[in-house]
Design a protein around this ligand. Structure first.
Ligand SMILES: NC(=O)c1ccc[n+]([C@@H]2O[C@H](COP(=O)([O-])OP(=O)(O)OC[C@H]3O[C@@H](n4cnc5c(N)ncnc54)[C@H](O)[C@@H]3O)[C@@H](O)[C@H]2O)c1
Length: 307
């Protein structure tokens, strides 16, 4: 198939690109390299790479000609970056996604796979694991724009029939991730025997999904017809302080945990609890993420640090 991946030089995009290239697909990546280029040379040489902005409608239109599937992953992310740049965050989301939808319709692309986020659930996970039907509660520019785009793309499905899957990723981690995110940040601190800095009590929970499982889910959902919102979650709830302790253990580090108050700008992101259900994913594809956090952390240790 001919596949366009926006944001394909980023963490999830580069891992997905590798997988799709190895499967023999004809891949084009559009990325403005805001976060650098995470594509390995061997893969880079086997794709068409275009350095450009997803907000450029003419460019997006040109790249979707003859395309079967679009993975739309380009985004501004990282809590501090988003909190400092809410307008750019929303611009890239809203204008970029509009360009993708319009170009897809103009060029008869069959499928859009959109990277949404579990962040749109906000503070709703009190007692139960999060299913796709639960009323969402987006409170940040990032989460608001993601939810807007889910609805916008669903409207395109209603009116024009284009197939859409909005993927609600739950804290993806693994190879090629940078230290905007908590797992690689703790790894770096642990390997340097520096304190592992935990915001707040450390008792807030998250559901960590290993990158290979995430890519597997994306690939399996490529065939889905219609319009769907699907959680990509590991279904395991981890406190941030336990994550820090586990990374200390895996890295055999002498680091202490240092609890610090979250800066004011992070408050809207600091939800107490988040754990997802992947039942819908299982029902649709026969697959759900299975790599345990410990297994995933040990893989990072082996791949990134050679032991
Ligand atoms: N990593 C996670 O845990 C997670 C969780 C939920 C949702 N997501 C979503 O998944 C997608 C991929 O995330 P990631 O972790 O790989 O992030 P990432 O920052 O590593 O990748 C995003 C890529 O988009 C590119 N980009 C940014 N603005 C662009 C623009 N205007 N035009 C073209 N390219 C642009 C960046 O250069 C980067 O390579 C994003 O849409 C993100 O919101 C990720």
């Amino acid at each position: 198939m001919r596949i366009l991946i926006t944001g394909g030089a980023g963490f999830i995009g580069s891992n997905l690109t590798r997988r799709l290239v190895h499967e023999g697909h004809d891949v084009t990546v559009l990325d403005n390299l805001l976060r650098g280029n995470k594509l390995e040379k061997e893969i880079f040489d086997r794709i068409k790479f275009v350095k450009g902005d997803v907000r450029d409608a003419a460019l997006v239109n040109e790249l979707t000609v003859g395309c079967d599937v679009i993975f739309h992953f380009a985004a501004v992310l990282g809590v501090d970056i988003v909190a400092d740049n809410p307008v750019e965050t929303m611009d890239v989301e809203v204008i970029g996604t509009r360009n993708i939808a319009i170009a897809a319709l103009a060029n008869n692309v069959k499928k859009i796979m959109y990277a949404s986020t579990s962040g749109i659930y906000g503070h709703t996970a009190f007692e139960n694991v999060l299913t796709e039907e639960i009323l969402v509660d987006p409170r940040t520019s990032y989460a608001m724009a993601k939810r807007y785009n889910e609805i916008y793309l669903a409207s395109h499905h209603e009116e024009k029939g284009i197939n859409v899957v909005s993927l609600r990723f739950f804290n993806v981690y693994g190879y090629n991730q940078d230290n905007r995110m908590v797992v690689p940040r703790f790894f770096e601190q642990a390997m340097a025997n520096e304190p592992l800095t935990v915001f707040g009590s450390g008792k807030q929970t998250r559901d960590f999904t290993y990158i290979d499982d995430t890519v597997e889910a994306c690939v399996r959902l490529m065939d889905a017809k219609g319009c769907h919102i699907v959680n990509i979650a590991n279904e395991a709830e981890w406190c941030i302080d336990d994550l820090a302790i586990k990374i200390k253990e895996v890295t055999n580090s002498q680091s202490e945990l240092q609890f610090i108050e979250a800066p004011r700008k992070r408050y809207d992101y600091e939800v107490e609890r988040r754990v997802g259900s992947s039942d819908k994913l299982l029902e649709m594809t026969g697959y759900k993420p299975m790599t345990s956090l410990e297994e995933g952390l040990r893989k990072i240790m082996a791949i990134n640090y050679g032991n």
